[in-house]
Design a protein around this ligand. Sequence first.
Ligand code: PMP
Length: 430
Amino acid sequence: MQISESKRLFAHAKTVIPGGVNSPVRAFRAVGGDPIFISKADGAYLYDADGNAYIEMINSWGPMILGHNHPLIREAVIKAMESGTSFGAPTAREVEIAALIVNMVPSVEKVRMVNSGTEATMSAIRVARGYTGRDKFIKLEGHYHGHGDSFLIAAGSGAITMGNPDSPGVTSGTAKDTLLAPYNDLQAIENLVVANDGEIAALILEPVPGNMGLCLPDPGYLQGLRDICTREGIVLIFDEVMTGFRLAKGGAQELFGVIPDMTTMGKIIGGGMPVGAYGGKKEIMEFVSPAGPVYQAGTLSGNPIAMAAGLTMLDYLDTHPEVYSRLNEIGMQIASGISSINQSLGLDFTINQLGSMYSLFFTQESVTDFESAKTSDTALFGKYFQAMLHRGVYLAPSQFESLFLSTALSDDLIGKILQAHEESMKEIIS
Ligand code: PMP
């Protein structure tokens, strides 16, 4: 594997872009070595600037659930472009995608399109505050909701990967309204509710968190949160930026049968274009301007090209339920393959998997929350990452991320991934 062009590009990038990248985890800081620069992607493969091919296990951090460069999405984008790239005025396509989202996602009765997951969560919290007239909200440790100020407190994803779960630049005034609790701990929520009686606007969480590595909800946990929020008049927000349209066409809320008051979405919803959305109960969404007083806007929101990509993606998922059974199969084959290889090597590492999301933790503890996720040996993870990359498998360059599989993974490729896993494990433990 030759990566001289990537190295040259990174050296130049560092002189003109902070850290050489436009999003921190891409810099490979947590796993050592220089990042590889990508020149194109197709199906199950990424191709770097030196011409090396890699089997994709992240898929642009989630959006490319059907693999890269899917012909239907490519054609929809090209066709939309022929009519212009941005109007800043309403279009039929926005109505169509909104109606489709309302149809697919159980909690969503009305929806507003934005340009990223970050915008979706920032806006949802503002609306929940406007709706309840309360200031505080509960966030769970190790969950990531984008880079809005009030979420960069005990944040997962790149924030923990870079060692900045509490980012400088967030004022103490902002931070004091973010209340923290561990995941999978209902009593901790009850305690916060008592200590902040009548002051909590919202509880936001990743129902199945992927940003501290993948963790699963304990049985009854999500319903327990639902019950507390209903009792206390707290707006329950599921951040389904990762899980939406992935764990099921209606996201984790459909899979677990627990319906939040609001949902934030991103990634798959844009088919690879920069799109996010937030939606929920009519009476809450009616607070959004111009229907109501809570302001939120966007020059490029509902962009016609982005909507064409998103609409094509969602329409495909809506009409092809077999996508989800295939993704479950792929996820289970990979996770059970990794488990049996690890067992045969006498390794007792933890693997969490649900559908097409999984994380391998280099710890013998079961990983159920931020504290247990942090017991993973991240140095060993770094070696594993490099060993896999060297064998042409592109993993997320951080322990504190989930992997996102796509339907482009054939059985043959799954065999290759497992072979690379076995060789990599043997190499790093020898
Ligand atoms: N919420 C969750 C659960 C996420 O995983 C992410 C991004 N990984 C975000 C919000 C932020 O989305 P974006 O990067 O599009 O701003």
